[in-house]
Structures are given as structure tokens and as C-alpha cells.
Design a protein around this ligand. Structure first.
Ligand code: CAA
Length: 283
């Protein structure tokens, strides 16, 4: 199948990043969300990123305009009828995702592949609400999408080899490196990353050290680009808690229990960078 048009659903941090790299790769892209203000904010982020690349001399003004020209804003899921490939990047909530996938299954032509950028929810369960489970796949990008090379590609139980191959090729066209994993809670990235972030939060909770000290240990001692608490704030503490709960419930193993301090912060609305406060305060 020759993919020409991609729809990205969800114009937040991840969705706008995915739309940017898809448009940069030459695809026609619909960026969809439930409100015009959300898609406009997504477009503003993309425009800012591209302008920065023009300033750095990595992109010409004409190339920037061509990339923006390939983007169309949408607030109607029915626009997916024009898409060959859809990437859903909405909030991590199974009910919301399954509602979107069953609607997509109705409006998209039979050849359209439906991918989810979920960071931990089972692809097999999302696929089960459609009549095309062989065309449903996980395509997990990392934040910030324009910078991070990895795309974790998750095969649901019924995902076909053709759809896997197509998704792998598409990732490469977007200048990403695809890595194949099977459908288990947290896949690989978050099964390994989140318990480390959760353990760093336990170190704060138990008074082992301050957030600054913990981050210094991991940055200077392990060469991590960001300390675990800075990274948790960057990802969003609500997202971290949600993923820990998926791991805890999915494996039934107490080693994945979320730290009570993480729960407390989320309850207080301290969600990290996006809310202005997490383990650090952001102006
Ligand atoms: N959007 C676009 N570009 C960005 C960006 C953003 N949000 N943030 C930084 N960049 C670009 C900068 O413009 C810069 O580009 P050039 O090299 O062209 O100049 C480059 O990235 C490096 O940025 P900085 O010099 O400002 O800062 P840095 O060297 O500290 O890098 C970082 C910033 C890439 C975010 C780095 O700190 C890093 O790699 N952090 C870890 C990120 C990470 O672990 N991501 C995975 C999170 S987990 C996830 O996403 C999965 C999940 O399911 C939760």
C-alpha cells in the first residue's frame, strides 16, 4: 500500500510532534482534536519548532512553508475517510481510545491502518473493538518526538505481517528507528523506565535525598540526559502514575506499586512541567 495521507488524532505534545515529523517526511497530514483551539495550539508548536530549525540553518523558509502547507487542521473524525494511515495520540484512557477506534473503523476505507501511540495500553484490546484487528498496531513515539529516534512498534495478537512491515517502513520514512516488541503491559520502554522513575520518587518519599541530589546522581553517575525526577515532571506525573497502575494491575506484582508520594502529587494537581509544579517549580 502506498501511504499518502496520515491523520494524527490528538494535538497535544505527542500528537503535534508526530504530525510534524510526518509532514516533514512529505506526507499530507490531518491534525485532529476535539476543539479548534487545541489543533491551533498544536500547529503553533509545530510552527515554532520549524522556525527554530530555520534560524539554525537546518531548514529553509521555503521548506518550512512546504511542510506547513501539507498540514490540515481538523475537528471532525470523519475526515479520517481520506486517510491511508491513522495515528491516535489522545489521553491514556481505554474508554476514550476504544470509542475513537470504533468510530475510525466506521469512517475509514477498508485499507486504512489504525495505529495507537499508547504508552502502555494493550493493542490487542483496542483492536478488538474494530472489524479490522489485523490492521491495528501500536506505534509508540518518544517525547520530544522531533528529537527522539525510537519508535516502539507493538504487534497486537492479530496484527498482520504486512501491516507491521508498512508501519516499520513508515517509521523509517519519518527518520525514526523502529524496534519490534510484543503486546505486554508497558511494552519495553515503560516497563523498564517507569519503575526507575517510581523508585526515584520513593527515594524522595523516604528522605534518602532531595530531588536535586537524586537527579545529579543519575545525570553525573549514569550519563542520563535528565535526572529521573526532572524526566517524570517532563513526561507528566499523571501519565507516570497511570502507567505504573497499568503495570501493577497487568502483572499483579507488588514491585510495580506506585509510590504514595506520586499519588499525592497527582491528587494535588502537581502534574509536573505542564501544570507548573511537580518535583520542581516551573515559571
Ligand atoms: N521539541 C522539539 N525539539 C526539541 C525539544 C522539543 N520539545 N526539546 C529540545 N529540542 C531540540 C533542541 O532544539 C535541540 O536541537 P538542536 O540539536 O538542533 O539544536 C536539541 O533538541 C537538544 O536540545 P537542548 O540543547 O535544548 O537540550 P538537551 O541537550 O538537554 O536535550 C532533550 C533536550 C532531548 C529533551 C534531552 O534532555 C533528553 O534526551 N531528555 C530525555 C528525554 C526522554 O527520556 N524521553 C523519553 C520520555 S519517555 C516517553 O516519551 C515515553 C512514554 O511513554 C512516557
Amino acid at each position: 500500500m502506498n501511504v499518502q495521507t496520515i491523520m494524527v488524532i490528538g494535538a497535544g505534545q505527542m500528537g503535534s510532534g508526530i504530525a510534524q515529523v510526518a509532514a516533514q517526511a512529505g506526507f499530507r497530514v490531518f491534525l485532529n482534536d476535539v476543539q479548534q483551539a487545541f489543533v491551533e495550539r498544536g500547529l503553533a508548536t509545530i510552527t515554532k519548532n520549524l522556525s527554530r530549525n530555520v534560524e539554525k540553518g537546518k531548514l529553509s523558509e521555503a521548506e518550512k512553508e512546504a511542510i506547513l502547507g501539507r498540514l490540515t487542521l481538523s475537528t471532525d473524525l470523519a475526515d479520517a475517510s481520506e486517510a491511508d494511515f491513522v495515528v491516535e495520540a489522545v489521553t491514556e484512557n481505554m474508554a476514550v481510545k476504544t470509542q475513537i477506534f470504533s468510530k475510525l473503523d466506521e469512517v475509514c476505507p477498508p485499507h486504512t491502518v489504525l495505529a495507537s501511540n499508547t504508552s502502555s495500553l494493550p493493542i490487542t484490546e483496542i483492536a478488538a473493538v474494530t472489524k479490522r484487528p489485523e490492521k491495528v498496531i501500536g506505534m509508540h513515539f518518544m517525547n520530544p518526538v522531533p528529537v527522539m529516534k525510537l519508535v516502539e512498534i507493538i504487534r497486537g495478537l492479530q496484527t498482520s505481517d504486512e501491516v507491521y512491515q508498512l508501519t516499520e517502513d513508515l517509521s523509517k520514512q519519518m527518520s525514526k528507528v523502529p524496534v519490534s516488541v510484543n503486546d505486554f503491559p508497558g511494552f519495553v520502554s515503560n516497563r523498564v523506565l517507569m519503575p526507575m522513575l517510581n523508585e526515584a520518587i520513593y527515594c524522595v518519599y523516604e528522605g534518602v535525598a532531595t530531588p536535586e541530589a537524586i537527579d545529579e546522581v543519575m545525570k553525573l553517575g549514569m550519563n542520563h540526559p535528565m535526572g529521573p525526577l526532572q524526566l517524570a515532571d517532563f513526561i507528566g506525573l499523571d501519565t507516570c502514575l497511570y502507567i505504573m497502575e497499568v503495570l501493577h494491575e497487568g502483572f499483579g506484582d507488588s514491585k510495580y506499586r506506585p509510590c504514595p508520594l506520586l499519588r499525592k502529587y497527582v491528587k494535588a494537581g502537581w502534574l509536573g512541567k505542564k501544570s507548573g509544579r511537580g518535583f520542581y517549580v516551573y515559571s
